[in-house]
Design a protein around this ligand. Structure first.
Ligand SMILES: [Zn+2]
Length: 423
């Protein structure tokens, strides 16, 4: 008989108390199980302790039970060992925190592998991800956590860590100790979104049991074969890396604080206010190390609709490029997402002129496609596309005039096609 392994639990409840395999005495668990006093933390149904010799100890529902607890990934020995190791590490490093395994969060309908509740009530979800996860699914789960006010930290299974050798050509230029990370979609997504890349070898797949390896990509790394440095340490020796929880802070430009309301409270004297693109530059310099002096000349294309955006075209075009294209080859591009981001982070003319803004973004999208950076079927302005290249991988920097000529040419073709087929 096979049970649904996703419902094999490491945690059960006895009344209000949470009991964890590997932490609470096995004798106590067995006694409570025998007297049917253990319940599932998700659905509240009775669970019993399976403590055989062949399979790892776990709690399971009674046969035929239908559990409402959302399944995480299929349980493997590595995943199970990793969750227990992370919980042990957190209990040692954050002794004042409440550490819960397999914690169900009703507000996100997610089950966190390990949840740490700090004395100030802030919460950190640790996910130990061994199975692959699509970009879309990882972003959904990440955004749910952040939306509910939690910090999420992801550690990947040691079985996912694959180190490749450098190509000879590039290894000549590379510094000592550099290697290439072979990436799946999950690694690429973390890389694209700027999240730390950490691999925990909980089952001794590639290195000693309990080794945490952090990959630090080099400045110009691309997600498909990123070069960088691998640093390994036993997890239990590491302090809790609070600094890594803030990785997302730099993923968006910091919004200007009360720029519009400040004039109402002002003394009437002209205030020296930073220009509307000051903070965009700050963000681009901090995160992408690009300055007005080093900005590629390509940006600043004349596009229709640009009057809806109240900053220099070179600045908004660069901001969109760095946020969605730069070092993201293979990632998806969706104009709807670009529009949402633009409305949240770029300075726009008030009142909002949405049709103009959409025209500007669609035109810029066409220019990126004409420059060879986006795959875009001709004439289908709102479809999904993929990032094909960026400024660092194009054979030559795109020429502005050349790109605009190509955009006009493509438009003519589209019009002619439409006329020829009566569209
Ligand atoms: Zn249940």
């Amino acid at each position: 008989m096979r049970s649904n392994s996703a419902q094999n639990l490491l945690v059960a409840c006895s009344g209000a108390k949470r009991l964890t395999i590997g932490f609470d005495a096995a004798e106590l668990l067995r006694r409570l199980s025998d007297s049917r006093e253990l319940t599932c933390p998700g659905c509240g149904a009775t669970v019993i302790l399976h403590a055989g010799i062949v399979r790892a100890h776990h709690f399971a529902h009674l046969p035929g039970a239908v559990c409402t607890l959302p399944a995480s990934e299929p349980e493997t020995e590595e995943h199970r060992a990793g969750k227990l190791l992370i919980a042990r590490w957190l209990r040692e490093r954050l002794p004042d925190a409440d550490i819960q395994l397999e914690a169900y969060l009703p507000e996100t309908a997610q089950r966190a592998d390990v949840l740490a509740i700090l004395p100030d009530h802030s919460r950190i979800a640790l996910e130990y991800q061994c199975a692959n996860l699509s970009a879309r699914e990882w972003r959904r789960r990440h955004e749910q956590y952040r939306g509910a006010g939690l910090c999420d930290m992801w550690m990947l299974g040691g079985s996912r860590l694959a180190v490749g050798t450098m190509e000879r050509e590039s290894s000549d230029k590379a510094e000592d100790g550099q290697a290439v990370l072979r990436t799946g979609e999950l690694e690429r997504t973390l890389f694209w979104d700027g999240a730390p890349l950490m691999f925990l070898d909980a089952a001794g797949e590639r290195s000693a049991v309990g080794t945490l390896t952090r990959f630090r990509p080099s400045e110009d790394a691309q997600a498909h074969r990123p070069q960088g440095r691998f640093v390994s340490r036993p997890l239990l020796e590491l302090a809790f890396p609070f600094a890594l929880l803030n990785w997302q802070e730099h993923s968006h430009p910091e919004e200007p604080t009360s720029v519009t309301s400040s004039s109402q409270h002002g003394s009437g004297a002209p205030r020296s206010q930073p220009s509307s693109d000051f903070w965009l530059w700050q963000w681009m310099t901090q995160r992408f190390r690009v300055t007005p002096e080093t900005l590629p000349e390509f940006f600043g294309l004349t596009v229709n609709g640009a009057e809806a955006i109240s900053c220099d075209p070179a600045v908004w075009q660069a901001a969109i490029y760095y946020r969605f294209v730069h070092r993201r080859i293979g990632d998806g591009w969706w104009l709807g997402e670009v529009e949402t981001w633009t409305r949240a982070y770029l300075p726009l003319v008030k009142p909002l002129r949405l049709p103009r803004l959409r025209t500007a973004l669609a035109n810029f999208q066409e220019a990126l496609a004409a420059a060879g950076m986006l795959s875009l079927p001709m004439g289908y302005g709102r479809s999904n596309a993929r990032i094909l290249a960026d400024m660092t991988t194009l054979p030559a920097p795109p020429d502005r005039a050349e790109v605009l000529r190509l955009v006009r040419y493509r438009r003519t073709l589209v019009r002619e096609n439409a006329a020829a087929y009566g569209g």
